[in-house]
Design a protein around this ligand. Structure first.
Ligand SMILES: *[C@@H]1O[C@H](CO)[C@@H](O)[C@H](O)[C@H]1NC(C)=O
Ligand SMILES: *[C@@H]1O[C@H](CO)[C@@H](O)[C@H](O)[C@H]1NC(C)=O
Ligand SMILES: *[C@@H]1O[C@H](CO)[C@@H](O)[C@H](O)[C@H]1NC(C)=O
Ligand SMILES: *[C@@H]1O[C@H](CO)[C@@H](O)[C@H](O)[C@H]1NC(C)=O
Ligand SMILES: *[C@@H]1O[C@H](CO)[C@@H](O)[C@H](O)[C@H]1NC(C)=O
Ligand SMILES: *[C@@H]1O[C@H](CO)[C@@H](O)[C@H](O)[C@H]1NC(C)=O
Ligand SMILES: *[C@@H]1O[C@H](CO)[C@@H](O)[C@H](O)[C@H]1NC(C)=O
Ligand SMILES: *[C@@H]1O[C@H](CO)[C@@H](O)[C@H](O)[C@H]1NC(C)=O
Length: 574
């Protein structure tokens, strides 16, 4: 990478303080881009970025309609409060730049007032600020970790990008010129060469009338492409019917045990039709906010061999909270597949909290943590044969509306050794499939614990695990190779341990134990007791193979530690 000189202009800070922060920074290609929508109109802004993993640097550019000043903010939660902003523009023909956090610590509390106070620590560098006839452009450089408590670290978390522009010197703006979107910057794109022969195929529902009820899990069986030789699925993407964009919450493609009887009727996935419940091996998955996913260039999902399924179960979760009647849906997933085979067959292992019944979050919790453990020593046992190492390339985190963070933690010999994917600022509306920055090897005997942090400050009743978007889930989907005949590896907490800690009577019925939680008048002390018990209780670890056979084993809790904050490096390049 070569050094590039920043602009040689005079910097003029709006309050007449001269700050000069130009220097040479490395050139970073702007490989990624997204459209950012206005909060008040149909207008859009354009965000581009690129990053350098080795040096932990990022370059961000925003493009807006021609303006006098442009501002780019990174927010922890979408509000101005706690965000850090860079503002740059023109004042009497001069360029100014103004960098800040909107947490004005005057009087010891944060105000969230606009325009922001200038930040003591100026961690952005202006790389470019210019206009053309119609648009204005701002490009800045930053370290991922700045050591400034008022800056947002950039690494594994979803950040909320705010773009604002204005035409007046006093930095006022209108809602039309306020743009917002959640973004995950450090995407690791699969480097793919297009095979010479690629075929496309759609797995979708056909004119399904979405029921006018808040939660529907619609299921049916669909044939996979009829191919007589082995092919690899190398990409899939959502095809959401424009009429149901705000209602389709996730689409999962499952494969079945060999002998499953199928139906072409559409029915309730978790209702009385047992044919659906026999197909629990996830093959492909998409959730709100995800886009096309290209498998890493060494992997693909096998179809067309004798061992591969001919039919799949498609599951579409509709969240029709407004109970709109008469929407006819044709959503689904498009796959691309090729006879030009990759090195490895890839599959998905579901880990986390066993869905559904025993997960709970007390109301009024700021960050209540639920845990689910996969004890991989059960895998060879349930498969009845030795199993080698698994290589994980990719993950998808899945939880519902209360989730604020999810971590998939990797333990060996009951010691935390690394991460299989995490997002400590999880955004329900951005459930992307993400490649790991490298691959991670799982050895049989390792444990994988998923931690979901829930916020229920706005809820009155206890939140339980369950299928509705208003219930919770806590799941990690791990994309791995080589394929083993597994469906899921997860756990249930020892709910009686928790309810007894909360002073409730022991019951042999797990469901009663959970329902008893409803009678609790939660306060801070009880929430703390529940959290402590959830962290230290035993788990019933469950491993389920593709035939639907399950085994379980009671295991002790694993030690948990908070996410480690990254060591920062204060120095800017010279
Ligand atoms: C701003 O955030 C801080 C810390 O998160 C919080 O204590 C404060 O109440 C917030 N202020 C506003 C105006 O939301
Ligand atoms: C100005 O920039 C916008 C946004 O990049 C671009 O679409 C447009 O073509 C540019 N106009 C000129 C005259 O270059
Ligand atoms: C796959 O991608 C990596 C970069 O991630 C690249 O180094 C490698 O050459 C690619 N291999 C193939 C077979 O395309
Ligand atoms: C499914 O059944 C067929 C025929 O009975 C057999 O050839 C095939 O190996 C089976 N596949 C799996 C995955 O068990
Ligand atoms: C596992 O941890 C225990 C206790 O810390 C230690 O005695 C043992 O040697 C470790 N085993 C391996 C395989 O690292
Ligand atoms: C980010 O995630 C990767 C992979 O999951 C992990 O190796 C790394 O330690 C994480 N970084 C931080 C700062 O947590
Ligand atoms: C665990 O396995 C035992 C023995 O097979 C079974 O009776 C029990 O229902 C299982 N428990 C759970 C929670 O699946
Ligand atoms: C901090 O960053 C500077 C400039 O990029 C570099 O020269 C220095 O080695 C870094 N220090 C550490 C401890 O990483």
């Amino acid at each position: 990478m070569k050094a590039e000189k920043g602009p040689t202009c005079h910097f003029w800070w709006i309050l007449a303080k001269v700050i000069c922060i130009v220097g040479s920074v490395r050139t970073i290609d702007l490989e990624y881009s997204e459209i950012v929508k206005s909060r008040g109109s149909d207008e859009t802004a354009f965000l581009l970025w690129g990053y350098d993993r080795k040096n932990q640097e990022i370059v961000l550019e925003v493009q807006v309609k021609k303006a006098l000043w442009i501002s780019l903010g990174l927010s922890p939660d979408g509000s101005l409060n706690g965000s850090d902003f860079v503002i740059a523009g023109w004042h009497e023909e001069q360029v100014f730049i103004y960098i800040s956090a909107v947490d004005d610590l005057k009087d010891g509390y944060m105000t969230g007032d606009w325009p922001p106070e200038k930040d003591e620590s100026q961690d952005y560098k202006l790389m470019d600020l210019k206009n053309n006839d119609t648009h204005s452009f701002l490009r800045v450089w930053r370290k991922w970790f700045t050591c400034d408590p008022f800056d947002q670290d950039i690494e594994n978390d979803t950040l909320r990008v705010i773009v604002i522009y204005g035409e007046s010197n006093d930095l006022t703006y209108t809602e039309d010129h306020f743009f917002y979107r959640p973004t995950f910057f450090l995407l690791v794109e699969s480097v793919v060469e297009n095979p010479s022969k690629v075929l496309s195929y759609d797995l979708k529902l056909n004119n399904f009338p979405i029921p006018d009820q808040d939660t529907t899990y619609a299921c049916t069986f669909l044939p996979l492409p009829q191919v007589s030789t082995k092919h690899h699925i190398i990409m899939y993407e959502p095809m959401i019917d424009p009429k149901s964009v705000d209602i389709v919450h996730h689409i999962l493609i499952y494969t079945c045990a060999n002998s499953t009887e199928i139906t072409f009727d559409v029915g309730d996935c978790y209702g009385s039709d047992v044919r659906f419940s026999q197909c629990m091996t996830p093959m492909l998955g998409w959730a709100v906010g995800g886009e096309a996913f290209y498998f890493p260039n060494t992997t693909g999902v096998s179809i067309g061999t004798e061992d591969d399924p001919q039919y799949i179960r498609i599951e579409i979760h509709y969240s029709n909270f407004e109970e709109i009647e008469g929407i006819i849906d044709n959503s689904g997933i498009r796959i691309l597949y090729t006879p030009e085979l990759r090195e490895h067959d890839s599959a998905i292992l579901m880990v986390g909290v066993f869905t559904f019944p025993l997960q709970f979050i007390p109301p009024g919790s700021k960050h209540f943590k639920n845990y689910g453990i996969c004890d991989t020593s059960l895998i060879p046992e349930v498969l009845g044969k030795p199993v080698g190492d698994l290589t994980v390339t990719t993950f998808l985190l899945h939880a519902h509306l209360t989730a604020r963070g999810i971590r998939i933690m990797h333990y060996r010999n009951d010691t935390l050794i690394g991460s299989l994917g995490e997002d400590n600022k999880y955004d329900f509306t951005l459930q992307q499939i993400r490649n790991l920055p490298g691959t991670v090897t799982i050895k049989m005997g390792d444990k994988i614990m998923v931690e979901c942090t829930g916020n229920t400050m706005d809820r009155e009743g206890t939140t339980y695990g369950g299928p509705s978007t208003m219930n919770e889930m806590c799941i990690g989907f791990l994309f791995y190779y080589p394929v083993i005949e597994m469906a899921a590896c997860w756990s249930l907490v020892d709910i009686n341990y928790i309810t007894e800690a909360l002073g409730q009577e022991h019951t042999d019925s797990l469901i009663d134990a959970v329902l008893n939680l409803d009678s609790i008048e939660w306060d801070d002390e009880l929430r703390e007791i529940a959290q402590k018990a959830e962290i230290e209780c035993n788990h019933i670890a469950i491993a389920q193979n593709r035939k639907g056979e399950r085994i379980n084993k009671t295991i002790p809790a694993l030690p948990v530690s908070p996410p480690t904050s990254h060591a920062c490096n204060k120095s800017l390049p010279p």
